[in-house]
Design a protein around this ligand. Structure first.
Ligand code: PDD
Length: 287
């Protein structure tokens, strides 16, 4: 597998970062995950805008222009032009003697790789996934796509150890997001997701779901979701670039709604799939 590191493409096994890299020492960096369908990056502009925002908020100087990012990604896409894949991009503040304060005269480290995305198994689409609910123990700037993911890692592991796939997070009794996803609930046909703020990541998939729902006249609202509404929802979905839109059919061991993927999910999943198909043929209105 070829990867990109600081201006060069090389086999994964040859890509090395110094141990004084601030990503390694402090988790001082940001990242993006961008799906690629049949060689076409999905919602690239939105991912680049979020990257720009994460860099600005962490005060890491932006190492590349949008055009340069596109060229870097294309070099990776060319290594697997036909398959569905995900680009992982990480930018850290760079390599410097260990000191918490920002170093002077340091160049950001840029690393990118492309990995195949496995399609969501049919079984999951038929039955949905299990999720658990936990207190959101993370910091108060979850809007930054930081590589410092220890809170997310510990919370997601709780799901795995409970035999579930995702952890839905509550801060003071209100849903923020999933450990690696955004959350939607559906009640009486209305789609609700938390408004963007500093306590959750503004997901690109989330935004597309809202856009598709509005375009097709489905009732949607960005509003706080209290624990009671989560636990009494007709449907719950979690969304991300790699998992797309997954129906949660069991929450803390209890069925969600009828305990199977719901009708609103079927509708939104079809709309999302149509977007992906348009992108594959290059006829894109969803880019
Ligand atoms: N994570 N919230 C969190 C905490 C996430 O980690 C993610 C995705 C999302 C959804 O964002 P998007 O729709 O833009 O992928 C929300 C990625 C996929 C990851 O860390 O691998």
């Amino acid at each position: 597998m070829q990867v990109y590191l600081n201006g060069e493409y090389m086999p994964l096994g040859e890509a090395c970062v110094p141990v004084l890299d601030r990503g390694f020492l402090f988790g001082d960096g940001v990242y993006e995950v961008i799906p690629v369908y049949a060689g076409h990056p999905f919602r690239l502009q939105q991912h680049l805008e979020r990257l720009g925002r994460s860099l600005k908020e962490t005060r890491i100087p932006s190492p590349h222009s949008d055009e340069e990012w596109k060229t870097i990604f294309q070099g990776l896409i060319d290594t697997c032009p036909d398959s569905d894949a995900g680009i992982y991009l990480q930018v850290t503040r760079g390599v410097a003697v260990r000191d918490h304060a920002f170093p002077e005269f340091v160049k950001p480290t840029v690393f990118a790789m492309i990995n195949p995305i496995k399609p969501v198994p049919d079984e999951i689409l038929r039955t949905g996934i299990k999720a658990v609910v936990r207190e959101d123990i993370r910091w108060e700037r979850c809007d930054i796509k930081s590589i410092a993911l220890l809170g997310n890692v510990l919370l997601r592991q709780e799901a795995v150890e409970a035999g579930a796939m995702e952890t839905i997070l509550l801060r003071d009794g209100v849903v923020t997001e999933g450990a690696a996803s955004n959350v939607f609930v559906i009640k009486a046909g209305e789609i609700v997701t938390p408004a963007k703020d500093e306590l959750l990541l503004g997901g690109v998939t989330r935004d597309l779901v809202l856009e598709l729902a509005r375009q097709h006249g489905l009732p949607v609202r960005e509003a706080p979701i209290r624990e009671f509404s989560l636990r009494s929802a007709d449907e719950i979905w979690v969304t991300s670039s790699t998992k797309e839109i997954l129906p949660v059919t069991s929450l803390d061991g209890k069925p969600v709604g009828e305990g199977c993927p719901g009708p609103v999910w079927e509708t939104i999943r079809t709309l999302y799939a149509q977007c992906k198909e348009k992108l594959r043929t290059g006829l894109d209105s969803c880019q």
